[in-house]
Design a binder for this molecule. Sequence first.
Ligand SMILES: [Zn+2]
Length: 302
Amino acid sequence: MLTALLCASLLAPPGDSAVLLIRVLDVSDARIGGDAILITDSAGATGRHVLIDASGHGATVAAYLRRFGVDTLAAVILSHPHADHYGGLPVVLNRFPVRAFIYGGTPRTLRTYLALLDEIAARRIPVVTADTGVRTVTLVTGADTVELQLLAPPPTCRQLPRNASGDAINDCSVGVRLTRGAFTMLLPGDAEQAELGWWMMAHPALLRADVLKAGHHGSANATSAALLDVVQPKAVAISANGRQHPFAAVLRLLAARGIPTYCTADAGTITVRVLRNATWTITTERAGTCHARSQLGSGSNP
Ligand SMILES: [Zn+2]
């Protein structure tokens, strides 16, 4: 297990008593949406920021980061090499200092992806390859810590063939389990049933979480009854592109279990606020009930 201490700081957002803010940014649109999640540890007078994915819209994500007071990213975590997750990263790297880059190391030959890795090397950003077991990144703020446990993809991802399908690449996601005190959140990237099942066998205790960022934008191949039995989420956030996602079957499954569900495509940016006593709330940019964009039971899409 590797422990990395990441130390970048800046002023916390004024007037917010939360010690931890997790923002599932609204990057939804009709073409390519994706994931972009900003984690801000704002305990005391300082804060640290970690970005998980940058969607396909770098300028949009950069504008969010500026709005939320980011001047340095302690780390950027790339869940997996699909453009709706890494496409916005070059713009982010251009505009914000990044202290560490964390990814799964899954090989791809896409020109834009190789250019991204070249740029990270040229900027001499330290790289952590989370390709085995569980690694822990700890953000330290005074007496408090936020722990990010990185769930590596299966070993087969290290030799993914060049013609691997979109689903196979989704199943090479780096998962993140965030813990602060008694609060936990699971962010499984676009992991589908194969990888989720592998994690359920390898690390079932690490999957339980108060809040789940639904895998694969709310596709049915990533949110199953079996997964919900293990995670037992009290709330679910869906970062959906609004064109295909989320799937009706997923919304039905969550509704049947009475799990409050929030969708970026309907409600805008979703903010999880965690207070020092570990109580937490979820707010959204605007009112909006999740509604399905696809009736499919599963789908092969990014
Ligand atoms: Zn995706």
